[in-house]
Design a protein around this ligand. Structure first.
Ligand code: E4P
Length: 217
């Protein structure tokens, strides 16, 4: 499963990149607002330190303007992926941009039928929002399962990008049901390595090692 970082924080992206855990980055208008920086500047900076796709979201709501914004965003760097909302206008813009060879990420997906539409319109990625479904007591993982089956039934190449990941169980469950990609905040990605038995075991090994009085170097 590919790991995308859901953040515009350059330090956090770099830190995870150095570990080898970054296959791409996703942003949205809220994340950009939180960064306090100029949209195009921050996307350009993220693209420089990221080899994979970097999702940058349009803010127009009419298809023609979405396409214009998408073309503008694509000028920032070759690895910009244009993020579009799952509306009829967003789908139309997705079809147009996809035919031009622009990578697209159709976002705010909450149902299997929405995901089916995005695949038919040539989306590179579909972003089902797991956490926001859980917030209203619906099953976000079941949505990923349903989309996986539909895409496999028809051989759609659109990649399932599980988004709105809030905890480590979301990551595990998305991997179990076959999401192609997951995007999560840096703190969730970092916490994947945590286990109390790892800490306890390491402390015991180090104590025993110290008692030998040896050193490797
Ligand atoms: C993904 O592309 C979205 O930016 C993000 O995952 C939304 O997460 P949230 O529901 O925690 O805001």
């Amino acid at each position: 499963m590919k790991f995308f970082v859901d953040s515009a924080d350059l330090d956090q992206i770099s830190e995870l990149n150095d570990i080898g855990l970054v296959d791409g980055v996703t942003t949205n208008p809220s994340i950009i607002a939180k960064s306090g920086r100029v949209f195009k500047d921050v996307i350009a900076d993220i693209c420089k330190i990221t080899d994979g796709p970097v999702s940058a979201e349009v803010t127009a709501i009419v298809a023609d303007q979405m396409v214009q914004e998408g073309r503008e965003l694509r000028k920032i760097a070759d690895n910009v992926c244009v993020k579009l909302p799952l509306t009829m206008d967003g789908l139309k813009a997705c079809s147009i941009l996809s035919r031009e060879g622009t990578p697209t990420n159709v976002t705010l997906c909450f149902s299997p039928n929405q995901a089916l539409l995005a695949a038919k319109c040539g989306a590179t990625f579909i972003s089902p929002f797991i956490g926001r479904l859980d917030d209203i007591t619906l099953d976000g993982i079941e949505l990923i399962e349903d989309i996986r089956m539909i895409y496999d039934n028809y051989g759609y190449e659109t990649e399932i990008l599980a988004a709105s990941i809030r905890n480590v169980n979301h990551v595990k469950d998305c991997a179990l049901v076959g999401a192609d990609v997951m995007t999560a905040p840096p703190k969730v990605i970092k916490s994947l390595a945590n286990h109390p038995l790892t800490d306890k075991g390491l402390a015991a090994f180090l104590k025993d090692w110290e008692n030998t009085g040896q050193s490797i170097l």
